[in-house]
Design a protein around this ligand. Structure first.
Ligand SMILES: [Zn+2]
Length: 235
């Protein structure tokens, strides 16, 4: 995926999430009432929130996962059939989208509950202050952050699934190599991992907005040792 393509996807997903956040923010403030009562945010509200997020995230992340799953194999000259292997992988990404959305929902729910308890403790507060504080969880900034981070994850997971499939099916010894997004200063955290073979099970995204990726290569153990020695020399 080119940088431009990536930005396009980020913008699209960010915009759609932002729209959903906007609608749910309004609804939440209405439900809470004045003075705000947390118990008015019933399970139904959260189920709607979750369903709307899933509706937007799931198809786009699944598509990305699938595209990168296919593209990764094609780099080794292998084309997976539409029916082969991908069923497991699609199941994987479906559970994954669902768990992701569940996580976002939980974080939001907890954040709102905590913010409101702070206001309750304080006793005297304005509804505007509450709205401003709660908006953080529904802001375009958060929407963009989620879009960026999750696009990284779906891409990397698609490639990993492809590598597992190639290893299983053809016995290829595929290694995953960390690649930082060199233009992003946010990825300073990841820089020490750049070009290293991933051996500890830690994959991008390492942090919110991480734009790192992986590169896959076929290397036997001897070649891996050589490669890593080469990295040492370069430092
Ligand atoms: Zn990174």
């Amino acid at each position: 995926m080119t940088d431009e393509e990536r930005r396009k996807r980020e913008r699209k997903l960010g915009r759609q999430l932002s729209e959903i956040f906007g609608i749910h923010f309004e609804e939440m403030m209405d439900l809470l009432g004045d003075p705000p009562d947390y118990s008015k945010l019933d399970d139904e509200y959260w189920l709607r929130y979750q369903a709307d997020l899933l509706r937007v995230l799931s198809p786009q992340l699944e598509q990305l996962f699938y595209d990168d799953f296919m593209a990764a194999a094609q780099r080794f000259g292998i084309t997976f059939g539409v029916e082969t292997g991908s069923a497991d992988s699609l199941q994987f990404i479906r559970n994954y989208s669902f768990n992701l959305v569940k996580g976002i929902t939980e974080t939001t729910r907890k954040g709102i509950q905590d913010a409101l308890s702070q206001f309750y403790e304080q006793g005297d507060f304005m509804l505007e202050d509450v709205a401003q504080k709660l908006y953080r969880f529904y802001s375009p900034v958060r929407a963009e952050m989620i879009a960026s981070t999750e696009i990284t994850r779906a891409t990397v997971e698609g490639e990993r699934a492809s590598g597992r499939e190639l290893a299983e099916r053809y016995g290829l010894s595929i290694v995953d190599i960390w690649q930082t997004a060199r233009d992003e200063k946010e990825c300073e955290l990841c820089r020490p991992r750049d070009r290293h073979i991933i051996r500890d099970g830690v994959y991008p995204p390492m942090h919110p907005r991480c734009r790192c990726g992986i590169r896959q290569e076929i290397m036997n153990e001897e070649r891996q040792i050589e490669y890593e020695a080469g990295l040492e020399d370069a430092n």
